[in-house]
Design a protein around this ligand. Structure first.
Ligand code: GAL
Length: 656
């Protein structure tokens, strides 16, 4: 990560800071409180375009100069935002056709954010003009240590259907497909008589009264990703000249469906993720871990930054659930455990006005005589103790295949079952591994996976021939692959691979599927190992694999439900349904066979992550956890580790 050392020492601590919402006295108090809490880094300017350029070509940087200087004097570094997520009202008025249009054909209203289309020429020109000035003015400022481009590309604006988008889309198609003939073949336009005779006949896949060509939609998702990525690159290239790292905050690696983050990751100097708990879920710390592991995987296993999370409630869910005692600390340190070299929040001080005034902050409305503030100060002190962790890596022996293109394709209309959701399927495996204390990386199916002992592909509906070959090579040379149902079905254009399912995985798995038998909404089936399963059943024909469990009820009773194919030096496992329970029993023999290292005899509510020579132990239960056989120093208390993690606590052990 070029330039990463420019960041403050240790684990960076802070959050989004919007001083423009406050009078000078409060700003001065802010700096004093930041020092008290041990804040080292704040993100500034993210939505401040109209304050920096109140009228086209008229710039006012004085207020920002003053704030940056004040922070600098206090030793606080700045992650300077480019405010392109909120184009000024004058811009939208002058260029009304830059305002995004939804798939349903509605031009969005103003007064919110993300109100310009990433493909609109005037928006690109205005972006360049402003960012050039920001780079010139602040590029050398010693307080500015990194750049934060835009805000959460893809959320809420994923696809835009305005006229500028359609023009850019046709250009994109010309590059992506050699000719109209190749496009027609790739999209299968013979179906429903859609054959195109001219590029200008091709529209965006707008809402229609029934299903629009899925291949067209898939390409539009790719195009939309690339349109935002080009807008990012435009800015990144203008900022790179300053020699400081450039990033953009991902809108939740796990949640941001609209952006293919494998394509973004190489374009960023530092991977930055935003993560918010689903307040309704008791096990939301597992979702957090998954988001963090995906962030680290995007960072190639190296350090990354949690750029936003919350001290307490968010304001955009049906209920703003406050965090339980100790939860904010557990959340923050879980990100660090999984490779983050920063702990950043949205936001520093709770806003009095605007859409997010009921969102928690580091300084809540209740002020400093509050539990949140005391926790914020205590966290700052923990992070100082953890400075030695910075830069270290988390090693994983197991990986889960994650491909945004498969995510997009799987969730288009008219699949054999509406219950085939990508995240549910990945989460089931992730959660089982988490509870088994196995740290997991995420990988693209075409990546080099040779270093993993086990690779799990729970939801690889779209799988190219090349990726399938990659998986096959992995197994032949000794890897252990676990595939679950409805994988390897279509190619990159949502065309079914020839022959019986699972087309490109038939040889690798040693089986074929005669017929799908998706289950009714609440229907369940049982397996010979005792597990109950839902969603899916199918008729598996063995062509080399052997059955390890059969269905005992349902449409495929007596036929294989779980199989293994010994291939070359490795093994390829297949699971033809979605166990409600019992996934752990299915995975354990595979992890054992592959000799995946994991601590034994720990409660499944204890999060265990090893980051180089530090072991993070995060106790999510209301009772203490005993950790046998681990010796070293408790870094946070600077005492020898006594083998116990109190209820709700976090212990970081430096191994002796
Ligand atoms: C993020 C966004 C922030 C803020 C936050 C509230 O998605 O980047 O600006 O809105 O959510 O949770």
């Amino acid at each position: 990560m070029p330039g990463y050392p420019a960041l403050p020492e240790g684990i960076a601590y802070g959050g989004d800071y919007y001083p423009e919402q406050w009078p000078r006295e409060v700003q001065e108090e802010d700096v004093r409180l930041m020092r008290e809490a041990g804040v080292t880094l704040v993100s500034l300017g993210i939505f401040a375009w109209v304050l920096l350029e109140p009228a086209e070509g008229r710039y006012e940087f004085g207020w920002l100069d003053e704030i940056i200087d004040r922070l600098h004097a206090a030793g606080i570094a700045v992650n300077l935002g480019t405010p392109t997520a909120t184009p000024p009202p004058w811009f939208s008025r002058k260029y009304p056709d830059s305002v995004p249009v939804t798939r349903e054909g509605v031009r969005i209203g103003l007064g919110s954010r993300e109100s310009a289309c990433s493909s609109h020429p005037a928006f690109l020109a205005a972006t360049s003009a402003l960012v050039t000035r920001l780079a010139d003015r602040y590029g050398d400022h010693p307080a500015v240590v990194m750049w934060h481009v835009h805000n959460e590309y893809g959320a809420p604006l994923g696809e835009c259907y305005c006229a500028a988008s359609v023009t850019a889309w046709r250009d994109w198609l010309r590059l992506a497909h050699e000719s109209l003939d190749t496009l027609n073949d790739a999209w299968g336009t013979t179906f429903w008589g859609q054959r195109y005779g001219d590029w200008d006949e091709i529209d965006a896949p707008r809402w229609s009264h029934t299903v629009v060509n899925p291949a067209q939609r898939l390409d539009y998702a790719r195009f939309s990703n690339d349109a935002h990525l080009s807008h990012y690159r435009l800015q990144r290239d203008l900022l790179r000249g300053t020699g400081k790292p450039v990033t953009t905050n991902f809108a939740g690696t796990v949640n941001c469906k609209s952006m293919d983050l494998w394509r973004w990751a190489p374009e960023l100097d530092v991977i930055a993720n935003d993560h918010y708990l689903d307040g309704e879920r008791r096990d939301n710390h597992i979702h957090l871990a998954m988001s963090a592991d995906l962030s680290r995987s995007l960072a190639g296993g190296g350090p990354w930054m949690i750029m936003e999370h919350s001290t307490g409630a968010v304001s955009w869910q049906p209920r703003g659930i406050a965090k339980r005692p100790g939860e904010m600390r557990r959340n923050s340190l879980a990100h660090v455990a999984r490779g983050s070299d920063a702990v950043m929040f949205f936001q520093w001080r709770a806003s009095r006005f605007g859409a997010e005034k009921f969102h928690s902050a580091m300084v809540p409305h209740a002020g400093t005589d509050s539990q949140i503030w005391r926790d914020v100060v205590a966290l700052g002190s923990d992070l100082r103790e953890l400075a030695e962790v910075r830069g270290s890596r988390v090693a994983a022996e197991v990986a889960i295949v994650w491909d945004w293109e498969s995510y997009w394709a799987l969730e288009l209309e008219w699949r054999p079952s509406g219950d085939l959701t990508f995240l549910d399927r990945i989460s089931a495996f992730y959660e089982t591994l988490w509870r088994t204390h196995v740290t997991t990386d995420f990988v693209h199916p075409s990546a080099d996976i040779s270093g993993y002992r086990v690779v799990v592909a729970p939801s690889s509906y779209l799988l190219t021939e090349a990726s399938a070959k990659n998986l096959q090579r992995y197994v032949e040379s000794g890897g252990n692959l676990v595939v679950s149902y409805f994988s390897g079905i279509v190619n990159e254009h949502d065309t079914v691979h020839p022959g019986a399912h699972p087309g490109v995985l038939r040889d690798l798995l040693g089986l074929s599927i005669e017929e799908f038998h998706p289950l009714r909404e609440h229907e369940t089936v049982t397996l010979s190992g005792g597990a109950t399963a839902r969603v899916w059943s199918e008729r598996v024909r063995l062509t080399g694999a052997r059955s390890v469990q059969t269905f005992t009820t349902g449409p495929d009773a007596g036929h294989p439900a779980a199989t293994v194919n010994e291939l070359g030096a490795g093994s390829a496992w297949y699971l033809a349904t979605a166990p409600l329970d019992g996934l752990r029993d299915l995975l354990t023999p595979i992890l054992d066979r592959a000799a995946v290292a994991r601590p034994q005899d720990l409660p499944d509510t204890l999060e265990y992550v090893r980051r180089d020579r530090h072991v993070f132990l995060i106790n999510h239960a209301d009772t203490p956890a005993t950790v046998p056989g681990l010796t070293g120093t408790d870094v946070l208390t600077r005492t020898p580790f006594n083998g116990e993690v109190p209820a709700g606590a976090v212990t970081v052990v430096r191994l002796s």
